[in-house]
Design a protein around this ligand. Structure first.
Ligand SMILES: O=C(O)CCC(=O)C(=O)O
Length: 324
């Protein structure tokens, strides 16, 4: 049920649905809804018992991984308040599981975040089977999409308290939480105009204490919230914004797969966050349209810009309830 918080007038929702013991058949109906859902009680394999810090360190080995190192819990991609560094996987796991570091890059309370990448991130997608074969055997990916649609599988390891900025991905996603609890706040794709986007990321970092003068429209965004427990699988449909806080030392694997036909996606995209090709073309054309309008005096530019917006609204926007 939707409700509006009287004090903040933030449009809000109760927690998103939790569905138990989903099978390939019953997932079909859930998938068609294109809403985030927590799948609980799925068989995820021995990772649920085995993936202790010691086991991960031993079986993940000394492979170098590129990590985010942050002195503040709230990472800011746009203003880069963190550093990129490398560590052997086994050391990263040990450090991320501790609140204080004996060895550190900047300070003893620094936090770590791993978003695993392919061996050559410009060419290869992350795939735990290739990069961490010994650990990949321990996890059963819910077999609810066809293998040809598979895009990547990504280790996500985080220090307690670390917050990842609000962003969207262009692939469908199962976020499989293996260790630690996590708060995920989601915003509907229809709220895009209220999130102050910069590329695929929102400029609003502190989503719980929003600067209303700077971001007056943010309160109109449709906000969903869920607390994941170990063993939960969150289905995040493509284009749904998500912001994640690891409440404990967190180990997760997320699996991206293609919702659209293959030719819609940029085959140079190794992260799963490049807009579908027709959307990319539309942005380029829009930039050209803006440039063309700049040739006009202000009065005319304003008039024709309004006509252009109106044409796009009338022809391409399915529901205008969230237009500014
Ligand atoms: O769980 C996390 O650390 C981030 C998850 C995420 O951003 C994703 O699955 O796309």
């Amino acid at each position: 049920m939707d409700y509006v918080d009287e004090e903040t007038s933030q449009r809000s929702h109760e927690n998103i649905d939790v569905v138990y013991n989903v099978t390939e058949d019953t997932f079909g109906d859930i998938y068609a809804e294109r809403q985030p859902v927590v799948l609980r009680g799925l068989e995820l394999g021995p990772c649920m018992e085995r993936w202790t810090v010691d086991y991960l360190a031993e079986n993940g080995g000394e492979k170098e991984v590129k990590i985010h190192v942050s002195q503040t819990p709230q990472m800011d991609f746009i203003n880069k308040n963190f550093m990129y560094r490398s560590l052997p996987f086994c050391d990263l796991v040990k450090r991320a599981s501790q609140d204080f570091q004996a060895e550190y890059f900047a300070e003893e309370t620094e936090k770590y975040y791993l978003r695993a990448l392919g061996d050559d991130p410009r060419k290869d997608k992350a795939d735990i089977k290739t990069q961490f074969p010994a650990l990949a055997e321990d996890i059963t990916i819910p077999p609810f999409f066809s293998e040809e649609k598979f895009f990547s599988s990504v280790f996500r390891i985080a220090s307690p308290g670390l917050q990842l900025w609000t962003h969207y991905d262009v692939m469908d996603n199962f976020l499989i939480q293996i260790r630690g609890r996590k708060r995920v706040v989601l915003f509907s794709p229809k709220s895009v105009n209220y999130l102050y986007m910069n590329g695929d990321k929102s400029e609003v970092l502190d989503i719980d204490n929003v600067d209303e003068e700077k971001y007056p429209l943010f309160k109109k965004a449709e906000r969903f919230e869920v607390f994941l427990e170990p063993g939960d699988v969150l289905f995040i449909p493509a284009l749904w914004f998500h912001n994640v806080i690891s409440l404990d030392f967190g180990v997760a694997v997320n699996v991206f797969w293609k919702h659209l036909d293959d030719q819609m996606y940029d085959n140079k995209d190794t992260y799963g966050n490049k807009d579908p090709l027709p959307a990319g073309r539309a942005f380029q054309i829009a930039d050209r349209a803006i440039k063309a309008l700049e040739e006009l005096p202000e009065e005319y530019r304003d008039f024709y810009a309004r006509r252009l917006i109106n044409r796009i609204e009338n022809k391409a926007v399915i529901s205008d309830e969230n237009l500014i």
